[in-house]
Write a protein that binds this ligand. Structure first.
Ligand SMILES: Cc1ncc(COP(=O)(O)O)c(C=O)c1O
Length: 425
């Protein structure tokens, strides 16, 4: 008897004997969703990136149009091949890639990062064969997807302490380089505090040491270029920076595309070539794929293409203007509560705040009791907001509840216990 069946008396569900009508199933699914976080009312500080109802509809219809098609077969579906190429070209252009740059669409940030690490590993095998135990050097704030990729790919990953402002420390990163280091990473922006790493300085170190420099712009890739055009301070972070070899940017985050869409871009086609996988020794002959996946959902490619073309430069500028004005209003509201402090200098739509005088997790716990899904950071302890436009109508209520929860916690002594834990699963 498995542990699961020993502790769970609930009978396992079997396929229904007879099928059900869609109308009935829709109702059941709506029931299932009753306890889901109400992201449409701005209650989820992560997971969903909302632009406006029209963009959502464009993505939904485009996804449905190509839902059955498979991007594994570009010869069978030249439409998807063309859409993917156009998405990659628009992305390379937006992110200042030099002539000769190349890239692919993937299922998300984790796959884009996996492929960058795989390409760097295989590049090092070809160009630095003396390295037998390749290492990846990460700022402490880099996303765990790098460790996951390193784990799968037999590469070691080491993390280097940040500066006091939570950005990567180029001097410490330089010191961390060993004879086995193949790749260095910087984030634009890093998830925990939403700050830009100093990509130019990191890339200069990488270039000097002959390392592969990767920029993780999964969060910033499709918002920072517009935020910069609007006049907000954005340091150079993209494929235009000398020494940057590859960059990951997620369409399904601030690109506002449907889920399952990211890009992995390379400054040179020869680096992109290391991303591919080929196998021939089986009955069917050559099997060659650009990414980790075999079957790739046509819907995700189509929705990304449709949203990029629907919004265009003016649409993204409009949304990012709204986003940044809203973000600044959130920051002002948080800073108006004397017990709270913003950690780091928010670069785009991520705002992370904590406190020196109270347990911020106790505030998050009370916010959760008021219906705000909690998202917290461990070091330093903080509440984390990854804002999109679903958060605008909720702003007033959020800030009022936040002030009330801070008061409640202070009345109980500030540094009180909380059941909230910094976990992601
Ligand atoms: C900076 C950064 N990189 C990579 C990822 C991974 O992206 P995904 O969840 O799409 O795999 C995230 C996710 O939040 C992220 O914030």
């Amino acid at each position: 008897m498995s542990i699961q069946s020993a502790i769970s008396p609930v009978p396992r569900r079997a396929l229904p004997e007879q099928g059900n009508g869609w109308g009935q199933l829709k109702g059941i699914m709506r029931d299932y969703a009753q306890d889901d976080v109400d992201w449409r009312r701005g209650r989820s500080p992560l997971y969903v990136f909302f632009a406006d109802p029209e963009v959502l509809e464009v993505a939904r219809e485009a996804y449905a149009m190509f839902m059955s098609e498979n991007a594994l077969g570009p010869a069978a579906f030249p439409s998807l091949k063309r859409m993917e190429s156009e998405v990659v070209e628009m992305s390379l252009d937006l992110l200042h890639a030099p002539e000769g740059a190349a890239g692919s669409m993937t299922s998300g940030g984790t796959e884009s990062i996996f492929l960058a690490v795989k390409a760097a590993r295989d590049w090092a095998r070809a160009e630095r064969p003396e390295i037998t135990e390749p290492e990846l050097l990460l700022p402490y704030s880099a996303h765990p997807a790098f460790n996951k990729a390193a784990h799968y790919l037999g590469v070691k990953a080491r993390r280097v302490q940040l500066r006091a402002d939570f950005t990567a420390d180029p001097a410490a990163m330089a010191e961390g380089v060993t004879a086995s280091t193949i790749m260095m990473v910087g984030s634009a922006v890093a998830y925990p505090q939403g700050v830009f790493d100093p990509i130019e300085a990191l890339a200069a170190v990488a270039q000097e040491r002959g390392l592969w420099m990767h920029v993780d712009a999964c969060v910033g890739g499709y918002t920072a270029p517009f935020v910069a055009k609007l006049g907000y301070p954005v340091p150079a972070f993209d494929l235009g920076v000398p020494g940057v070899c590859s960059l990951s940017a997620d369409l399904h985050k601030y690109g506002f595309a449907a889920k399952g869409a990211s890009t992995i871009l390379y400054a040179e086609e020869r680096r992109h070539a290391f991303q591919f996988y080929e196998f021939t020794d089986w009955p069917k002959g050559l099997y060659r794929t650009p990414s980790f996946a075999g079957t790739r959902p046509g819907g995700a490619v189509a929705a990304a293409w449709a949203v990029l073309n629907h919004l265009g430069m003016d649409g993204y500028l409009r949304l990012n203007r709204q986003l940044m004005e809203m973000r600044d209003a959130y920051i002002a509201g948080i800073e108006a509560i004397p017990e709270l402090r913003i950690w780091g200098k928010p670069g785009i739509g991520i705002v992370t705040f904590g406190s020196n005088v109270l347990n911020i997790f106790a505030v998050a716990e009370r916010m959760a009791q008021r219906g705000w899904y909690p998202n917290v950071v461990a070091k330093p302890q903080a509440i984390h907001l990854m804002l999109s436009l679903a958060h605008e109508p909720a702003r007033g209520e959020y800030l009022e509840d936040l002030a009330a929860c801070v008061n409640d916690v202070m009345e109980l002594g500030g540094h009180i216990e909380s059941s909230i834990r910094p976990v992601t699963y």
